[in-house]
Design a protein around this ligand. Sequence first.
Ligand SMILES: N[C@@H](Cc1ccc(O)cc1)C(=O)O
Length: 351
Amino acid sequence: MGAPSRTVEEKLALIKKNLVETLEGEKTLREVLEQRELTVYWGTAPTGKPHIAYFVPMCKLADFLEAGCRVKVLIADLHAYLDDQKSPWEKLEHRAKYYETAIKAMLTSIGVQIDKLEFVRGTDFQLSKEYTLDVYKLHSHVTLENAKKAGTDVVKQTESPKINSLLYPGLQALDEQYLDVDAQYGGLDQRKIFVYAREVMPKLGYKKRIHFMTPMVPGLQGDKMSASKEESKIDLLDSQEDVKKKLKAAFCEEGKVEGNGVLAFCERVLFPLRKDGFVIKREEKHGWDLTFDTYAELQESFEKKEVHPVDLKNCVAGYLNELLEPIRAEFAKPENQKLLANAYGGEEKLH
Ligand SMILES: N[C@@H](Cc1ccc(O)cc1)C(=O)O
């Protein structure tokens, strides 16, 4: 897998592409790469429906694979349970299946061969005797405050946190050991959990891992794209028309880059994926079509107001619809329609 002929420098560049931060482990990234292939995992808790911001980690997984890494995807079902105070376990099981299907469809759509990835379900190993004993052991080393702090940006926050939510970060730390990886990758929102893992793992005699983080993508309203904010998220199964409508309503002030979710999506997803140029079609009266080879060029042009928000939005809607089309097709299959209904029935309309 990967390209065995790549130099360490080339691998480093691919692995670090688009990251905001890397925290080195007991063995540094370079040290591992000089000796062998790196194993890295990304975990996701199957809660709300995955939306288009999930393309950011998908692109990163593609980089890891291209660098010749061994990549694991953890469908963290038990974590979903720890973070969800209401849903019965059966519902969460359906959601885990839904996530797995959706993630595979997203990866396939961006051209990643999914047979090169290993999918693991949290409960496949988190209920073993060994793991369970480690859960107790780990929590004998941490205070309530530290456990609570670690989960601040990830775990649902309530005034009186349930014990479940306090266990969440500790289990995420242990996953590094039981998945047998060199590194964990996540969004910047995972940072506190990563730091917690780095502090507590050595206390159990386990290695401090490498941690990779990509920035959070602003939503279409200019805030963090969250599954719970209906207007700011585009669901993977939204229709072509919905995608166009949501983009039309998106916050994208002329000439302004900061907090611009449409531009951020171009930078984080569309540019990494488009090897053949990024073309903004314009109405004749606005001038010729514009082609950009790099995101920096697009940003500059947008800042200079050469690119109008309406033209940018139309262009993004077009590319996004291309990305979503195979995913819609996958979920048009009767078995996946059923899965969708079981996982989110009553909450989502079927397309
Ligand atoms: N904390 C991750 C999910 C996760 C769970 C367990 C892990 O080991 C890794 C990641 C999220 O916010 O979705």
